[in-house]
Design a protein around this ligand. Sequence first.
Ligand SMILES: Cc1cc2nc3c(=O)[nH]c(=O)nc-3n(C[C@H](O)[C@H](O)[C@H](O)COP(=O)(O)OP(=O)(O)OC[C@H]3O[C@@H](n4cnc5c(N)ncnc54)[C@H](O)[C@@H]3O)c2cc1C
Length: 381
Amino acid sequence: MLIDVELTPKQQEFREEVVAFTEKHCSPEYVTQCDENGEPPLDIFTKIAEKGWLGVGLSPEHGGFGHATEVVILLEQLEYSFIQLGSLVSRGAMYPAGIIADFGTPEQKKEWLPRALRGEARAVIGISEPATGSDMSSLSTRAELDGDEWRINGEKLYMSGLDYSQIIFLAAITDPDAAKRKGVSVFMIDADTPGIEATRLKTLGAWQNRTYHAHLRDVRVPKDRLMGKLNEGWTVLNGHMERERAGLAGRAVGAAQAVLDEAVAYAKTRNQFGQPIGKFQAISHKLASMQIDIHVARVATYDLARRIDAGHDCKTEAAVVKTFASEMYKRAADEGLQVCGGSGYLRDSAMQRHYRDARLLTIGGGTSEIQRNIISRALGL
Ligand SMILES: Cc1cc2nc3c(=O)[nH]c(=O)nc-3n(C[C@H](O)[C@H](O)[C@H](O)COP(=O)(O)OP(=O)(O)OC[C@H]3O[C@@H](n4cnc5c(N)ncnc54)[C@H](O)[C@@H]3O)c2cc1C
């Protein structure tokens, strides 16, 4: 990278370790193969668990290390080498481990935290429904207490990773008479519980994530699988929102850096009209603009992480940075493909994958429009 951010020697060392790891395990051929075959890189996920990195951002008392800055370092570097690997790690391990650490009972922590950190409790998030997207308060999946069990009925859309996850963090209505957002609870459900039927959705990109539409019919869940307090599911789901958005911004920065590096390499070696195309100002300025964008997004992302680490309330900053970084990556993927011309459009090119996968980052984790609503409200509008 041309311009770096300031890291402590320990953070720098951690980053170098992650870079060495990805150089060893994430060859471009392997990355393409996972994407084309829709295969999540579970072997690399296991190796990341063996490194102890799934506990990033958790306190040492819970078996973890580092803070939001280390989360960003890890996700940025993973995503640089392997688009969507950062998503697998954050969704599959960091997010559930964070929820269990913060909201789990002592028994839940004892049983599930070590499994999550070993990579044996990969989780899928079940919030979205056919009629529930940005407006998360309009859920209709219902959980009713029946003796010693919860009985859950409903439908969940866009469940990423359902077929290779062990647990589902599922949001359901537990008090239908409560005011909006008050009567929702979160359950930790075994993914192979009878009554869950799922069909795979065809998506534009992120093929290796594998996304499902699931129906839940009389799914029975032991009483002790309630996560956090009854009817306080929003507190659980929003507990890590700022760190999640910082991580997502870090992923966007890493992926955009990969786009820039690839586009620069191509611009230096592709000759047209007797010279490298990078000598044409139309091309070099695109790359310079990309560099400006990436640097600004990286500085903003690390600043956000540091402010989270310092204990500040960062709701607005997280919305600003998530929006800027994800939209920046989308622009970079578009321009990177343009620089690579027809070769960027071929299915074995990383550029077309960036072009497809970048689209998801302005939708997932709260759409750009919803982030702008948060920012507008902070402006008093
Ligand atoms: C590939 C993929 C994987 C996913 N994985 C998961 C997962 O694992 N678990 C999960 O729970 N969800 C998942 N999602 C769902 C994702 O979180 C939602 O797509 C996202 O929250 C947006 O909801 P929606 O798609 O229903 O869009 P909608 O909310 O219907 O929005 C449609 C458009 O209207 C805009 N809009 C909506 N409300 C407002 C408003 N108030 N002001 C301004 N504009 C507004 C939106 O920004 C958007 O542009 C996934 C989605 C995709 C595509």
